[in-house]
Design a protein around this ligand. Structure first.
Ligand code: HEC
Ligand code: HEC
Length: 283
C-alpha cells in the first residue's frame, strides 16, 4: 500500500478496522447468456496520465452481488425497468399522450443512454437523460416533471439503460459540451469537506484498496441507475455523488444541479468504452 492510500485510510477509517489492497476480480459479465458487457477496457485518450484502464464497479463487488447481474430474473433493478415499461405505455398530461405514442417501442431508444449527458442545440445546454425526459413530459405531453432521481425518473432511466446494455458509453466531450465537461472535471479534482478529499483521491488514486469494509472502485457510472442492496431501491448517479461528497463531511450539491450535471458528463466520459450496464446491482 502506498503512502497516499495509508493517509487516506487513516483519515477516513477513524477507529474502524481496515484491510489492505485487494485487486478487482478477473471475471466476465454476460447477461442472460446473451449480452456481453465490457467491464474493463483501455482508458479514453483524455485520461492519459490519470488512468490506463477503466473498470466497471461490477469487478469490485462480491461474488454473490456480481452473480445477481448475470440474469434479469436475479436482478432486482429489472423490476423497476418493468415499471418503466408500464409508464412508457401510459398516457399522461393534458395532451393525452404516452412516450410510446411518439417514440414507439422502448427498444427504439437503444443507444440513447450511451450518449447522455448530451448537448442540446435548441436549448443551448448539456442535458442529462432525466432532463430530456422531463422536457418531453412538460413540453410535449403537458405533464408534470418528475423530481430528480425520484418518482418516475428512476424506473424510466432503468428502462432506457436496459435497452442499451452492451453498447459502449460514448459521450461527446468536445464542441459545445466542452465547457460543461471542463467544469465537471474541475469538481472531480476539488478536495471537499473536513477530510479534504476529492473524487480522484478515492476513485483514481485508491481504487482497488479497501476503505472501511468497502472495496473502492473507480466510481464509474456506466452501471447507473444502480440497485443497492443497502437501501433496496434504484439509485441515480447524482444521489451517489451526493452521498460520496457527504462522506467527506462537506455540504454538497443537489441532484439535478448544474454542478452535478457537469460532473455526470465528466464522470460518464471517464467510462467511455465501457458497456452500458444499468440497472446494475451494488452493495
Ligand atoms: C408528443 C411527442 C413526444 C412524447 C409524448 C414524448 N416525446 Fe420524447 N421526444 C420527442 C421529440 C420530438 C424529441 C426530439 C426533440 C429534441 O431533440 O429536442 C424527443 C426526444 C426524446 C429523447 C432524446 C432522444 C435522443 O436521441 O437524444 C428521449 C430520451 C425521450 N424523448 C424520452 C421520452 C420519454 C421517456 C417520454 C415519455 C415520458 C417521451 N419522450 C415522450 C417527442 C415526444
Ligand atoms: C472517501 C472516499 C470517497 C470519495 C472522496 C468519493 N467516493 Fe465515490 N465511493 C466511495 C466508496 C467507498 C464507494 C462504494 C464502493 C465503490 O463502488 O467504489 C463509492 C462509490 C461511488 C460510485 C458508485 C460506483 C458504482 O459502480 O456503482 C460512484 C459513481 C462514485 N462513488 C462517484 C464519486 C464521485 C463523482 C466523487 C466526487 C464527488 C466521489 N465518488 C467521491 C468512496 C468515495
Amino acid at each position: 500500500m502506498n503512502f497516499k492510500a495509508m493517509s487516506l485510510i487513516s483519515a477516513v477509517a477513524l477507529a474502524l478496522p481496515t484491510f489492505g489492497a485487494a485487486d478487482p476480480v478477473d471475471d466476465q459479465l454476460v447477461i442472460n447468456e446473451d449480452i456481453e458487457i465490457v467491464t474493463k477496457t483501455t482508458a479514453a485518450p483524455h485520461l492519459e496520465g490519470h488512468l490506463d484502464e477503466v473498470m466497471s464497479g461490477w469487478l469490485f463487488r462480491s461474488d454473490s452481488t456480481r452473480d445477481m447481474e448475470r440474469d434479469d430474473f436475479d436482478n432486482p433493478g429489472m423490476i423497476f425497468a418493468e415499471q418503466g415499461a408500464e409508464i412508457w405505455n401510459t398516457a399522461d398530461g393534458t395532451e393525452g399522450k404516452s412516450c410510446a405514442d411518439c417514440h414507439g417501442a422502448p427498444e427504439d431508444m437503444a443507444g440513447v443512454r450511451a450518449v447522455y449527458p448530451k448537448w442540446n442545440e435548441a436549448a443551448g445546454e448539456v442535458r442529462t437523460l432525466q432532463m430530456q425526459i422531463n422536457d418531453c413530459r412538460e413540453n410535449r405531453m403537458g405533464a408534470k416533471a418528475w423530481g430528480y432521481d425520484k418518482g418516475g425518473s428512476m424506473p424510466m432511466e432503468a428502462l432506457l439503460a436496459s435497452v442499451s446494455r452492451g453498447l459502449p458509453v460514448n459521450v461527446e466531450i468536445d464542441g459545445p459540451a466542452k465547457e460543461t465537461w471542463e467544469k465537471g472535471k474541475e469538481i472531480y479534482y476539488t478536495r471537499y469537506g473536513q477530510l479534504e478529499l476529492s473524487c480522484a483521491n478515492c476513485h483514481e488514486e485508491n481504487y482497488g484498496n479497501m476503505i472501511r469494509a468497502d472495496h473502492l472502485s473507480q466510481g464509474q457510472i456506466n452501471g447507473f441507475p444502480t440497485y443497492r442492496l443497502k437501501n433496496t431501491k434504484l439509485n441515480g448517479s447524482h444521489s451517489r455523488f451526493k452521498g460520496c461528497i457527504r462522506d467527506t463531511r462537506a455540504e454538497t450539491f443537489n441532484p439535478g444541479s448544474p454542478e452535478f450535471v457537469a460532473l455526470e458528463l465528466y464522470v460518464a466520459s471517464r467510462g467511455n468504452g465501457l458497456s452500458v450496464e444499468g440497472p446494475s446491482v451494488r452493495n
